[in-house]
Design a protein around this ligand. Sequence first.
Ligand code: CA
Length: 228
Amino acid sequence: MDKIKVLVVEDETSIRKFIAVNLNRSNFEVLEAEDGERALSLAKSLNPQVVILDVMLPGIDGFEVCMKLRKQNPQIIIIMLTARGEDMDKIMGLELGADDYMVKPFNPLELVARIRANLRRFQKQHSNNIYFKQIILDLEAKRLYKNEQEVDLTPTEFAILKLLMKNPGKTFSRNEIMNSVWGENYFGDLKTVDVHIRRMRGKIEDDPSNPQVIKTVWGFGYRLGEED
Ligand code: CA
């Protein structure tokens, strides 16, 4: 797999090198810029996924670089470095659009952890997977994984689970499930829904007699359980 590209923007060479060495060691590909102009041109030509951006820079400051980067590439992950706690509100404010910030001095391992956490969040938001507890529903491949193991679902089971997982917190009646999964013109026995759900619980619940993924709402129907 290609390494994740991280652009480090910091005018103080010792700090920049220190960050670069640590990110390299954690298997990132590191690009370096000592000012905002260079950062913007590198971001354009080399397209890093993540930018570590110091607030205090000569010329255009980190705030302005952040706004310009965001405009240039809405998908980029921006983590700002600040020495002053009072910058926090501004950094996280909407008009700047940074994803995260760290106050200097910081532990480089924590920076690595933050980068990874932001990448994970980004991947979740932009993938075609739906996550719930230990379950991943891959909408593209039409597969279900529980604890990293694939679980075989029938197309009907998949469609029911997809409906519930896409609408957490909503209770669906048997009728609504039937309309959504089989189509409006299908007039089947509503008990069919119960049969499919019972069979699916046997595959995806830790304890099918005490289901945590698909909950029964007595007198109404079914809904997705609560996140842990
Ligand atoms: Ca600086």
